[in-house]
Design a protein around this ligand. Sequence first.
Ligand code: GUN
Ligand code: ZN
Length: 430
Amino acid sequence: MARQAFRCSILHCLDDPGPQADNSAFEYFDDGVLLINDGYVERVGPAETLLADAGDGVEVVDHRGKLIVPGFIDCHVHYPQVEIIASYGEQLLDWLDRYAFPAEARFSDEAYAAEVAEFFVDELLKNGTTTAMVFATVHPQSVDALFDAAARRNVRLIAGKVLMDRNCPENLRDTAESGYQDSKALLLRWHGKGRLSYAITPRFAVTSSEDQLRSAGKLGREFPEAYVHTHLAENLDEVSRVARQFPWSKSYLDVYDQFGLVRERSVFAHCLHLDARDRQALAANSAAIAFCPSSNLFLGSGLFDLDGAAGAGIAVGVGSDVGGGTSLNTFRTLHDAYKMLQFDQQFLPALRGLYLATLGGARALSLDHCLGNFEAGKEADFVLLDDTSTSMTRLRAAHARDVAERFFALMMLGDDRAVAQTYVMGEAVS
Ligand code: GUN
Ligand code: ZN
């Protein structure tokens, strides 16, 4: 592949800008160049100097007027739930029974799973999301279908078969033994293949027996390079139920901890109802959180304490949590995050929003060695943004005084129409 120089405005994070939007945590080039060599970032910098010393054999792609940022990272989403997105009227446990479980039952049909997986991955890319951590269903074929669709588009994806052996419909149950065997077979088939990684995926403590959580922990010890992906402390009825089902536990997190599921590369969605001791345990074990504001508001689950989590030293990324969340679009997720945090006098300036959706997500998924910003050598996943694609964003952009205002306006007003082009390893894919 030729070396390509993408010329336009370029913004990326070097670190967490925090609630006060620390100026040293990002880099911005008003007239910049992102130089890509064979799918990887070679350099980023001001156009004037970079083009002068880039050497020969560079194709310049002129996108002046637009803004490039790193590809968005969705740290928690359910692909089988795209078809029940925006279903009216329930909170978590009833919503699962009424909408999520019936939808997931359809994924016993591999052809159906393949059809939805294609739709889902295309929809991610259309929204500028180039990396995702995804729940499939209990059916192993639902994982094959998803990884197949991702591999054909060279998308970075982490996914796994749901483990659940109780408190759900009969036709969606596995057993501790079959769940272990099926997960192991999928892990061996897919983990490390191209850009794909496997996540051991117990749905949540409510739907797993102690035997199942024990075997999930065993698999995690056998394959420390694999991920663990589950839900934690999302809804108060769920938290009470976990306390009843595991009367010996000190907290909801303690249930997972006792089975060895709280470790590096463990990602816990939601984490709304935690205390300081839980946060300390997550940080001490290098586990991460997927903050899912759209879902938390839609299902009435509660408010996330971002400052508490970040202050404790926990890596936090954002998740759409579709179908509990109502959009796969990262601007919509950040929009809900901003409004949720306002309730609690916490702050989400534009650069912190960009961080959560890019480098923060990469850190949460232990992928910051290869993703999250435009450091030399990283994989060239990026998004070309056009804030003139609707009359409202065009008007607002014309009045933006700096790039933070420009990005913040997209956080509040943007959707897939602002994504002019998504690039995966330097190649345009949508
Ligand atoms: N907890 C257990 N399963 C689910 C799910 O499918 N969605 C959400 N939001 N929370 C869950
Ligand atoms: Zn979820």
